[in-house]
Design a protein around this ligand. Sequence first.
Ligand code: SF4
Length: 234
Amino acid sequence: MKNIKAPVAETFCSIQGEGLYCGQRQVFLRFAGCNLACGYCDEPAALDASAAAPMTCAEAARAVLKLARAKKAENVSLTGGEPLLYWRFIKSLAPALKKAGLTLHLETNGVLHKELSKIAGLVDVIAMDIKLPSSTGQKARWAEHKKFLSSAPEKTFIKAVITSKTKITELKKAVDLAASVSPGIPFFIQPATARKAGGKPPSAKFVEEAGCYAASRLSRVKVLPQQHPLWGIK
Ligand code: SF4
């Protein structure tokens, strides 16, 4: 294992609250720092890489394995921030986690496709966002998302966060993009969680329209808001 360091905001064990593995016990390794700045971001601490202590791969492996043993977790989620900013770190860390029998999930904003290509073979599950500009307040990333999704669609599921500001044309574009690569890919429409700052949830009418269109193009569509705030856990 190489002595590479990365800013790690926190390691903890909890229950996955989003997407295909919602409800599964996982150890989370949260990297600090992100290449985007979504308006609804619920991890502001993860956006400031300088506020997190650098951790070596060996330290991270020890922390994750200790939590996994203590809490009986068989899955680890590499999350952020944007974990692919630290792909070299992940490349060095992953073999030790796999050797211990852990399944590796990568939670990513789905933009850094070149970085993904370096480690796609090492992770088991890729939880990829498609970022809708009207939801995030950021510029469009359609071309990057398409290349990203095409890298390892068999391991990937998609989440698209929708807010009160989301345009239906953009949600449809995300669905069409997913359908053009893999019509059977799991696609989660995630209405934003209501917060004091950041995104507001969309209307019920909008959620219905979005779900109906997605189901017309894709075979595995679900509407699923974040569950962990409802459960009162991290
Ligand atoms: S990609 Fe994720 S961590 Fe980065 S700003 Fe957007 S929501 Fe926050």
